[in-house]
Design a protein around this ligand. Structure first.
Ligand SMILES: Nc1nc2c(c(=O)[nH]1)N[C@H]1C(S)=C(S)[C@@H](COP(=O)(O)O)O[C@H]1N2
Ligand SMILES: [Mo]
Length: 329
């Protein structure tokens, strides 16, 4: 079966548990920190002091955020998926359109430095480095369900902070009604972005009331360490009550608008992809019935009923009127 094909990169090993993985990874990072480069590090400023060598170093204070304390409020009804699956079976069209391509192709993305722009209807537009943004946030771990419109699903412990904290930092004007995200565009590192048939960079958008909902989450890590590139490093969103394409990866720009923005997949196929695209078992997608899903559980694939709002109805259903509850949009 394709998704279980062995992948080897980093420190992943088919046999380690998620917990074991966290421990191994930290030990590795700490070993690096204390091994070769001591003298060089002590000459650097605290900000630049980094844990690992090479071009893209994780600043030491950022690496120390992991593993972040899990927020028990977001416990879910199913076990966590194996990182080996979550990190080898990906949708990330910048890095190919087959599931096992991003796991290797995305390693070419340069993720540090990474400047994020805050733009549009805000009191004062600004740019901020990803690590500086992270330093200003209260970081925690949340286990979320993730449901792709293709009808597969996973459950993942993400590290990050509420999108609302970023919105607060941005200080939107009262005229702002929507939040639009734009992901990176760098054809030299993501060859699939050079192909003409997709309108890269990837762009998504949300109503502002959705963006400040407590479930809307900015992800910077998973399984107790920095996000793998194929899962969205340096920073992505996780909107767990929506289909997976509404969780953009590698975001470089947050833009506040007063009109509903266009979105990537909707621009390609408006009858297949709604603006809201909340998970809804009653509304079949033209290509994928949505009544059930294939959950990548720790013991293998489980067929499960799809839950309204992906199981988050108690929390988010009140955001939507009858009209938007019924349909795709
Ligand atoms: N920039 C970008 N973000 C993206 C996508 C993409 O192609 N490009 N695919 C989306 C889709 S369709 C899904 S299902 C999720 C998959 O996230 P995962 O690979 O971390 O499980 O990422 C979403 N975010
Ligand atoms: Mo998806």
């Amino acid at each position: 079966m394709r998704v279980q094909r062995k992948k080897s990169w980093g420190l992943l090993d088919r046999d380690v548990t998620p917990e074991g993985l966290v421990v191994d990874r930290r030990r590795f990072l700490e070993t690096i920190a204390f091994a070769g480069v001591g003298a060089a590090f002590s000459a650097m400023s605290g900000r630049d002091r980094a844990i690992a060598g090479g071009a893209e170093t994780v600043p030491r204070d950022v690496a120390r955020l992991y593993p972040a304390k899990r927020n028990a409020r977001y416990a879910i009804d199913r076990p966590i998926s194996k990182p080996e699956i979550v990190e080898s079976y990906n949708n990330y069209y910048e890095f190919g359109n087959v599931k096992d391509s991003p796991a290797h192709a995305a390693q070419r993305l340069t993720t540090r430095p990474w400047i994020i722009e805050i733009a549009g209807l805000v009191q004062k537009p600004f740019s901020i480095d990803r690590d500086d943004l992270v330093r200003r946030m209260q970081v925690e771990e949340r286990v979320y369900r993730h449901r792709c419109v293709e009808a597969w699903s996973i459950a993942v412990p993400w590290t990050g902070f509420p999108l609302k904290s970023l919105v607060d930092l941005a200080r939107p004007l009262s005229s702002a009604r929507f939040l639009r995200t734009v992901s990176f565009k760098r054809g030299s590192e993501a060859p699939d972005q050079r192909k003409p048939w997709y309108p890269f960079p990837y762009f998504e958008a949300f109503r502002l009331d959705e963006a400040i909902h407590e479930l809307a989450f900015v992800s910077i890590g998973s399984y107790g360490r920095e996000l793998p590139k194929q899962n969205g490093l340096p920073l992505g969103l996780r909107m767990p009550w929506k289909y997976g394409f509404k969780s953009p990866k590698a975001v470089v720009r947050f833009e506040f608008t007063d009109r509903q923005p266009q979105t990537f997949w909707r621009s390609l196929s408006p009858f297949e992809y709604g603006f809201l695209s909340n998970v809804n078992p009653a509304v079949p997608h033209p290509r994928w019935p949505q009544a059930t899903e294939k959950f990548f559980g720790p013991g293998g694939i489980e067929r499960r009923p799809t839950l309204p709002y992906n199981g988050y109805a108690d929390s988010v259903a009140s955001l939507y009127d009858d009209q938007s509850r019924k349909g795709l949009s």
